[in-house]
Design a protein around this ligand. Structure first.
Ligand code: CP
Ligand code: NVA
Length: 298
């Protein structure tokens, strides 16, 4: 049985297999008559709805619970919730503040556990990101992704995903907002081509994909003012996009803080692929769960 707590829980070949399945329209109803337990400690629009729809498309029934109802580690431990919910559902998904809660839930679960976002990782987002890139360029060869902004959970999973499929990954962020050394080591372990570049213009120069995410993530709202000042020169706007490759696309996991990390003209512009990217969340959720419940679960 396999879990997806971070994208490098999959090998390169497995990742490509999940992407292929995500584009198949005739997947078997592996969840027929079964449930998927989806736990959320933080708000969600895309992740919750794309997972729920994907469960339905696989013949199953989603059961979504918010943290105030279940209280991970307050009302009941993550370990006990893993034991409990694996008796009801064939899959468990959880969005948590601290990554260790997912690890502890997975340790006692007897069904696959999917990370629906933690402080450290957002692997289901990275699946949709890769599928969107593949659909735009027909493959992963000779591509560079430039991530401009906070080196956060989304950036980490995206960078590892790029490493797994051989995409060059550049990151540009203000001082003090970079990856920790454990994350840099993790990039090395997947053989990622990672460049840390101070100047956002140098990072974006010639890149085929320009990506950004919120300057302050869920739970960091009290840092909004200080981060907004620190990141001001890292906004993705038309001027920055003008140095990317002529066929470059713009991606953002959403929700966007319009005219903070990305200007309206870029988010709504011709190079933006943010809506197909968001819709791909459902297709990749379906492909992932199908894989986990067949090959991945074997
Ligand atoms: N991108 C993403 O995970 O969006 P939600 O927070 O709305 O689920
Ligand atoms: N980095 C953001 C992503 C939201 C989908 C967060 O963790 O809030």
């Amino acid at each position: 049985m396999r879990n997806l707590l971070e994208i490098d829980d999959l090998s390169s070949l497995e990742l490509l297999e999940v992407l292929d399945r995500s584009e198949q329209s005739d997947l078997s109803a592996v969840l027929a008559g079964q449930g998927a337990m989806l736990l959320f400690e933080k708000p969600s629009s895309r992740t919750r709805t794309s997972m729920e729809m994907a469960v339905v498309q696989l013949g199953g029934h989603p059961v979504t619970l918010r943290s105030e109802e279940i209280g991970i580690d307050t009302r009941e431990s993550a370990e006990d919730l893993g034991r409990l919910f694996s008796g009801y559902g064939s899959i468990i998904g959880a969005r948590v503040f601290e990554h260790h809660k997912l690890q502890r839930l997975a340790a006692t679960s007897t069904v696959p556990v999917i990370n629906l976002l933690s402080d450290e990782a957002h692997p289901v987002q990275a699946l949709a990101d890769l599928l969107t890139i593949r659909q735009a360029f027909g493959g992963f060869d000779d591509l560079t992704v430039a991530y401009v902004g906070d080196a956060n959970n989304v950036a980490k999973s995206l960078g590892l995903a790029c490493g797994l499929v051989g995409i060059e990954f550049r990151v540009s962020h203000p001082q003090g907002y970079g990856f920790d050394t454990a994350t840099i080591d993790q990039f090395k372990q997947v053989g990622a081509s990672l460049s840390l570049i101070d100047d956002p213009y140098q990072a974006v120069a010639g890149a085929q994909v320009v990506y950004t995410d919120a300057w302050y993530s869920m739970g960091q709202e009290d840092e909004q003012q200080i981060r907004t000042q620190a990141f001001a020169a890292w906004q993705v706007n038309a001027q920055l996009m003008s140095v990317a490759a002529t066929n470059a696309i713009f991606l953002h996991c959403l929700p966007a803080h319009r005219n903070d990390e990305v200007s309206d003209e870029v988010l709504d512009g011709a190079q933006s692929r943010v809506w197909p990217q968001a819709w791909n969340r459902m297709h990749t959720a379906r492909g992932l769960m199908h894989w986990l419940l067949t090959e991945g679960g074997a």
